[in-house]
Design a protein around this ligand. Structure first.
Ligand SMILES: Cc1cc2nc3c(=O)[nH]c(=O)nc-3n(C[C@H](O)[C@H](O)[C@H](O)COP(=O)(O)OP(=O)(O)OC[C@H]3O[C@@H](n4cnc5c(N)ncnc54)[C@H](O)[C@@H]3O)c2cc1C
Ligand SMILES: NC(=O)c1ccc[n+]([C@@H]2O[C@H](COP(=O)([O-])OP(=O)(O)OC[C@H]3O[C@@H](n4cnc5c(N)ncnc54)[C@H](OP(=O)(O)O)[C@@H]3O)[C@@H](O)[C@H]2O)c1
Length: 522
C-alpha cells in the first residue's frame, strides 16, 4: 500500500478525476489511498459503508441526506462499484453492438447497408472502446459524491473489519455506531481440468485482460443473463457461437411463449444452443492458451476447437471476511443472511446489495443501501424483494413483469391475452409490432419486429402481467409495474395518452378492448 493522500480540500473537476482514476488503475495496489474525510467533524460516524458500489454509495447518500454522518471505504479508486467498471455498463455496450450488428447483417445489401458477407467485427476493439472510456462515469461519481452529496470517503484502499464498530484502512482505524457491508460478489469459474488456461474469461477478466482477437469459434458456458448477453454479442460479431447450457436456456424468462420467441430469434441468428451439456475438459496449446473444449452433450462428447471460452456461471457473494471476523450468519450460496431491516445476525452490522444474494440487480443494491441507512437513522423499514420487473438482452431487449400466462392461468379463473403479432395463420410474418428500432424489420423482415403480450384477469379487469421482446419497453415497464401493483385495469390503461408509435402498443391495444363488458383476447 502506498501513501495516504488527503483530498479534502482538493476540488477536482470531472476531467481531472478521470485522469487521477486512470493513473491509479494503471498501478493497482501501489497508489495512494485517497482520503476525503472531514477531520473537523467530531461526531461519531453513524455508519461506515464497507464497499462503495451501488449499495454503499446510495446508502451513504441517503444517510447523509437524513442528517447522519457516514464514511465509505472502497478498494477501487472510484465509487460506483462493479456496475460501471465491469458488469452492467460493458454489458449494455456489448448488447447495443449486438443489436446494431444484427440490423446491419439483416439489412445487408438493402438501402444503404453494406454487404456484410464474411465481415467479422472485432471483439477486442469494442472491449478497448470500453476500457478507454470507462473512467468517465467513475469520475462523475467521485465528483458528485464529494462536491454535491457531501459524502466522506476513502478510496483506493482495501478495508479490513476489526470488529463490529471498527474498520482499518490504509493504516488508520475508523469507528462507527454501525457497519454496513456492501462487499459485492464475484463470478464463479469452471473447475474442470484445463480451467486455469489462458483464454477463459468471465465478465470481470474480459474487460481487464483480453489482449488478442478471439478466433472464429466461441464457446459460452452458462444459460442465463450474463452468458446470453455476452454470447449474443460474440455471435453478432460474425463468429460461430456455441452455448453449452447445463440445464435449459433462459429459464429466467417466465412466460413460455415470450421465451420461445426470444430463443427462436437467437437460433435464427445462427447461435448453437446445446442444452443439457457441460464442459468436461479444456485443452491448451504450447502457449498455455485454450485451443479446444470437450463438451458432454446428450449425444456424447463433442470436441470444439476454440481459443476463446466465456463463462457466465453466476456469482458468489464476498462474504468470507464478515463470516471470519464477525461470525455473521451465511446462507447456502455464501450470501450474508439479513432480516427485512437489512440487519445481519450480528448487532449493528448490516449487509446490502449482491452480498445478500439474489436478485443481484442494481435496483436491489441501491434500495437495500437506502433502507439500511433509513433504519440506522431510526426509521421503521421493511424490505425483502419478492417480485420486481425484470429484463435481459439477447440481440433484443426482453422485459417482463408480473405473471406469465401459465402462472396467470393457474391463479385466475379466466385470463385474457392481448398480443402482437396476433395469433393468426400468418404467424409472425405480419408487419406489427412496429416501433422505434424495429421499423426496418417491420417493413423488410416482419418476423424480427418483436413480440409482446399483456395478461389480464377477466374478473377484475386488472393487468396481471406484461412481456415484451423488442427495444425500449424496459423504460415503461419500471413505471407500468408500479401501476400494476396499484391495481391497473385494462380500462385505466386504455385511458392513458400514448406517444404513438410507442414500443409496447399496450395502451392502444387496451383501448380497442376496453369497451367490452365481457373481455376477449386480441
Ligand atoms: C455481467 C453483468 C451485467 C449486469 N447488468 C446489470 C444490468 O444491466 N442491470 C442491473 O440492474 N444489474 C446488472 N447487473 C448486476 C449489478 O451489477 C449488481 O447487482 C450491482 O453492481 C451490485 O452492487 P453492490 O453495491 O452490491 O456491489 P458492487 O458494485 O460489486 O460493489 C462492491 C464494492 O465493494 C468493494 N470492496 C470489496 N471488498 C472490499 C474491501 N475489503 N474494502 C473496500 N472495498 C471493498 C469493491 O471494490 C466494490 O466496489 C449485472 C451484473 C453482471 C455480472
Ligand atoms: N439485469 C441484467 O441484465 C443482468 C445481466 C447480467 C447479470 N445480472 C445479474 O447478475 C447475477 C448473475 O447472473 P448470471 O447470469 O451470471 O448467473 P445466474 O443467473 O446465476 O445463472 C447462472 C447460469 O450458469 C449455469 N451454471 C452455474 N454453475 C454452472 C456450472 N458449474 N457449470 C455449468 N453451468 C453452470 C446455471 O445453470 P442452471 O440454470 O442449470 O443452474 C445458469 O444457467 C444474477 O443475479 C443476474 O440477475 C443481471
Amino acid at each position: 500500500m502506498g501513501a495516504m493522500m488527503d483530498i479534502r480540500d482538493e476540488h477536482l473537476t470531472i476531467r481531472a478525476w478521470e485522469k487521477r482514476i486512470d493513473d491509479l488503475l494503471e498501478r493497482p495496489g501501489d497508489g495512494a489511498a485517497l482520503f476525503n474525510v472531514n477531520e473537523d467533524d467530531t461526531r461519531e460516524y453513524d455508519a461506515i459503508f464497507l464497499g462503495g458500489g451501488a449499495g454503499g454509495r446510495f446508502g451513504s447518500a441517503y444517510l447523509r441526506a437524513m442528517g447522519g454522518r457516514q464514511l465509505i471505504i472502497e478498494a477501487w479508486p472510484f465509487l460506483g462499484g462493479s456496475c460501471p467498471h465491469n458488469a452492467c455498463v460493458p454489458h449494455h455496450l456489448f448488447s447495443e453492438c449486438a443489436a446494431e450488428l444484427m440490423l446491419q447483417r439483416t439489412m445487408a445489401g438493402k438501402l444503404w447497408f453494406r454487404d456484410m458477407n464474411g465481415v467479422r467485427a472485432s471483439i477486442k476493439d469494442v472491449v478497448d472502446v470500453f476500457r478507454k472510456g470507462r473512467v468517465g462515469p467513475h469520475a462523475i461519481m467521485n465528483f458528485q459524491s464529494k462536491e454535491q452529496l457531501d459524502l466522506e470517503y476513502v478510496l483506493n484502499a482495501t478495508g479490513t473489519i476489526i470488529d463490529r464498530h471498527t474498520v482499518e484502512v490504509a493504516g488508520r482505524r475508523f469507528r462507527a455506531k454501525n457497519l454496513v457491508l456492501g462487499l459485492g460478489a464475484r463470478s464463479q469459474t469452471l473447475t474442470c481440468p484445463g480451467s486455469d488456461l489462458k483464454g477463459i474469461y468471465t465478465y470481470e477478466s474480459l474487460v481487464e485482460t483480453l489482449d488478442y482477437e478471439p478466433g472464429d469459434t466461441v464457446l459460452v458456458v452458462g444459460g442465463s443473463k450474463t452468458a446470453v448477453e455476452y454470447g449474443c454479442f460474440f455471435n453478432a460479431t460474425g463468429r460461430r457461437t456455441i452455448m453449452a447450457v447445463r440445464s435449459e436456456l433462459l429459464k429466467v424468462i417466465p412466460d413460455l411463449e415470450t421465451r420461445g420467441y426470444t430463443v427462436d430469434r437467437m437460433k435464427d441468428q445462427g447461435m448453437e444452443i446445446w442444452e443439457g451439456s457441460q464442459v468436461e475438459q479444456l485443452e491448451g496449446d504450447s502457449n498455455g492458451r485454450v485451443c479446444a473444449a470437450f463438451v458432454r452433450t446428450p449425444n456424447g462428447i463433442e470436441r470444439i476447437e476454440t481459443n476463446f471460452v466465456f463463462c457466465g456461471l453466476g456469482e458468489t457473494p464476498n462474504s468470507e471476511m464478515p463470516a471470519r471476523v464477525l461470525d455473521v450468519k451465511i446462507g447456502p450460496k455464501n450470501e450474508v443472511i439479513v432480516n427485512r431491516q437489512l440487519q445481519t445476525s450480528v448487532p449493528n452490522v448490516y449487509a446490502i446489495g449482491d452480498l445478500i444474494g439474489g436478485p443481484m440487480e442494481m435496483f436491489k443494491a441501491r434500495k437495500s443501501g437506502t433502507y439500511a441507512a433509513r433504519h440506522i437513522m431510526g426509521e421503521q423499514v421493511d424490505y425483502a424483494p419478492q417480485e420486481w420487473p425484470d429484463f435481459l438482452h439477447t440481440h433484443y431487449e426482453v422485459s417482463w413483469m408480473g405473471l406469465s400466462e401459465q402462472e396467470a392461468r393457474a391463479k385466475h379463473k379466466n385470463i385474457i391475452t392481448i398480443k402482437m403479432p396476433p395469433d393468426t395463420p400468418d404467424g409472425l410474418n405480419v408487419a406489427l409490432p412496429a416501433c422505434d428500432r424495429t421499423m426496418l424489420y417491420a417493413f423488410l423482415e416482419p418476423k424480427m419486429s418483436g413480440f409482446q403480450k399483456l395478461i389480464i384477469d377477466e374478473a377484475s379487469r386488472r393487468v396481471v402481467g406484461a412481456h415484451h421482446v423488442g427495444y425500449g419497453a424496459k423504460d415503461s415497464f419500471q413505471y407500468l409495474y408500479q401501476l400494476m401493483k396499484q391495481g391497473l385495469t385494462i380500462d385505466q390503461l386504455g385511458e392513458m395518452d400514448e406517444l404513438f408509435l410507442n414500443p409496447t402498443h399496450f395502451i392502444q391495444l387496451a383501448r380497442l378492448r376496453a369497451g367490452h363488458r365481457k373481455l376477449r383476447d386480441l
